[in-house]
Design a protein around this ligand. Structure first.
Ligand code: 5GP
Ligand code: ZN
Length: 138
């Protein structure tokens, strides 16, 4: 399944070039064109799913296994000091390409932009936490 207007589907089909670091029947892993750090990569399932809500859960499990393999490999090769795995869903959460992907972001001590992924903290009262907890309990 592909979406003809999707930039990642075009990359997967080879219609748009990319710096590919890994490929198999189900996944392609490319360097992000606008990286947060040296080696920042995107793990793309070849099937088009818009986001976490749509993606097949077995495929997602295999994507996470591959992310671990790549995190180990990239850390060895790049000599990075840490690693973020990030996955955005919907515009409000920062998603700009609506084809499910996982960001693989190597992190370096003393990096110039070491405030990647920093957020301001919200605060809630104990009652509010309890209300949130009760609403979310599965
Ligand atoms: P999102 O914001 O949706 O989580 O992440 C989309 C990512 O895709 C961004 O980090 C952006 O730099 C990257 N991106 C967008 N277009 C292209 C492209 O044509 N090629 C590559 N390699 N990355 C892209
Ligand atoms: Zn797509």
């Amino acid at each position: 399944m592909r979406d003809e207007n999707c930039v990642f589907c075009k990359i997967i089909e080879g219609k748009i070039p990319s710096n590919t670091i890994y490929e198999d029947e189900e996944f392609k892993v490319i360097l992000d064109i606008s990286p947060a750090s040296k080696g920042h990569a995107l793990l793309l399932p070849k099937e088009h799913y818009a986001d976490i809500y749509e993606i097949d859960e077995e495929l997602l499990g295999r994507a996470m296994k591959l992310a671990k393999k790549l995190a180990i490999h990239m850390t060895e090769v790049l000599g990075c000091d840490g690693f973020n795995i990030l996955q955005n869903n919907h515009e409000v959460a920062g998603q700009t390409v609506f084809h499910f992907h996982m960001h693989l972001i190597p992190r370096y001590q003393n990096a110039k932009n070491d405030d990647i992924l920093m957020w301001n903290h919200e605060s809630f009262t104990a009652e509010e936490f309890a209300e949130i907890r009760d609403a979310l309990k599965l």
